[in-house]
Design a protein around this ligand. Sequence first.
Ligand SMILES: Cc1ncc(COP(=O)(O)O)c(C=O)c1O
Length: 369
Amino acid sequence: MKIPFVDLVAQYQTIKSEVDPAMRRIVDQTAFIGGEDLKEFEKEFAAFCGAKHCVGVGNGTDAIYLALRALGIGRGDEVITVSHTFIATAEAVSQTGARPVFVDIKEDTMLMDPDKVEVAITPRTKAIITVHLYGQPCEMDRIVEIAHRRGLKVIEDAAQAHGGRWKGRRVGSLGDIACFSFYPGKNLGAYGDGGAVVGNDEALMNKVRMLANHGRLEKYTHEMEGVNSRLDGLQAAILRVKLKRLDDWNAARRRHAAQYCRLLADSNVVLPTINPNTEPVWHLFVVRVPNREQLQARLKEKGIATGVHYPLPLHLQPAYQYLNIPKGALPVSEKVAQQIVSLPMYAELTDEMVECVCASLREAMQRPV
Ligand SMILES: Cc1ncc(COP(=O)(O)O)c(C=O)c1O
């Protein structure tokens, strides 16, 4: 059985009858930039997150950059985040002129360790970016408590967690401002690049809207210099069709995750730890194994695709050598990076496919090295 890592073709088949006319409508209206679908999508996505405002932007990286800029963060400032994330989280910080400061993660959840945050705060620290990696919400109560006690802002990087919940509340409404990516493979994915900033503070969100559109709210008045980073009409129309199905798709991902956990329960695979305060949305299903590369090769022979998110923590990437963070500085991030492997995860997976992945993984682990 061939099992891809994600299957956007299978998803498209389930929504074709609705998404094709939606795209046609935008082309007929030539509503390519701005327009009603964008306005409606922004309202619908804000409501979905339990937040008051949403601004559609060009991609998830820009969403973080724009949130930071709107908060007034720039040269000379420091922003605390994790090293165990996609590079976009840290790139957005550097793009503002600020410096990313990496803290370690907890070994069980592989998310920001709140115990490591406070010691990383300096007089230059302005914000904390928590990353709800793999669709698992971070420990928001503790992170927000530390941040607000120390006068810092909390930015949620929710690029992998659309619809996830912390203590019943959706991500996107848990910090001061939140950022989403609609990269095609995300839980809510566009047919190209897309992103959104979500929040409750109207003045702050107006600033995001201005910054994303050349510093203006009105056509010929530029209050400041901004950038060009807009979610386009076609993407908004597609995302509206998909948003209606997101809860069902996330529920399907949860069923697959539960099945993976059942079928791999008494194996040598280290399964994800679920914080009981959270309802994860399983953007990725990441387990820890010994001899990862060999297992991946054996699964590949059987037609099963896997991934690694992410094999080298950011502080050890060539791009961040200028920060002079030595190997060994973030031991948990460094350790898990060598062991993690992401198994196929998407709503359209079948029970048989999950069974096949688990059986193949068990068999691959039993074969001698
Ligand atoms: C955790 C995280 N942050 C930020 C991003 C950036 O999003 P984009 O690719 O839309 O710029 C991504 C996804 O690519 C991501 O996974």
